[in-house]
Design a protein around this ligand. Sequence first.
Ligand code: AMP
Length: 178
Amino acid sequence: MLLVHWLPLMVSASPGKQQALVALGGNIGDVLAHFRHARDALRAHDRIDVVRFSPVYRSTALGPPQDDYLNAVIMLQTYLPALELLDVLQAIEQQCQRRRLQHWGPRTLDLDIIDYAGCQYQDERLILPHPQAHRRRFVLQPLRDIAPSWQHPVFACSPDVLLQALLDQMLICVHDCW
Ligand code: AMP
């Protein structure tokens, strides 16, 4: 198994607006409504611009038996530092009644920062890039739809190359426009 140790410091976020990629997931309640709420809340934030958002896919759940997930990725630009962006995302999760009851358990809305300005960072609250992103088709496929030339900050390769290494089943696109 490939073991990755991210660097324990923030690398290379120059001042100004930064590009971030945020993965959305959920499998409780009206998940599409939660996704729309998240997108609208990000658009309404005065220090965040939503640049692009992917189609919505359905994926089989990892972890304990549970309903299928919906997944998407949003590209945004923001003046917020990464930890403040995480605060905003966690507040949006709370607005959708997110409860952390079980590791990998069902959730109304999960918002993960996949990449923030190509930084590598690790502390007790935030790991960048997201340490599982390169293993997850439900992240890489929607990410590829909106950012095909994105490069993974650690592996320095595109979502297509990372997807070719995955053996899990294909995703079903359920909403092109939402
Ligand atoms: P999860 O249950 O998957 O939503 O994990 C949430 C926890 O992961 C939170 O406590 C976050 O502080 C932490 N975390 C670490 N890295 C990230 C990241 N890149 N994006 C979002 N949450 C993260």
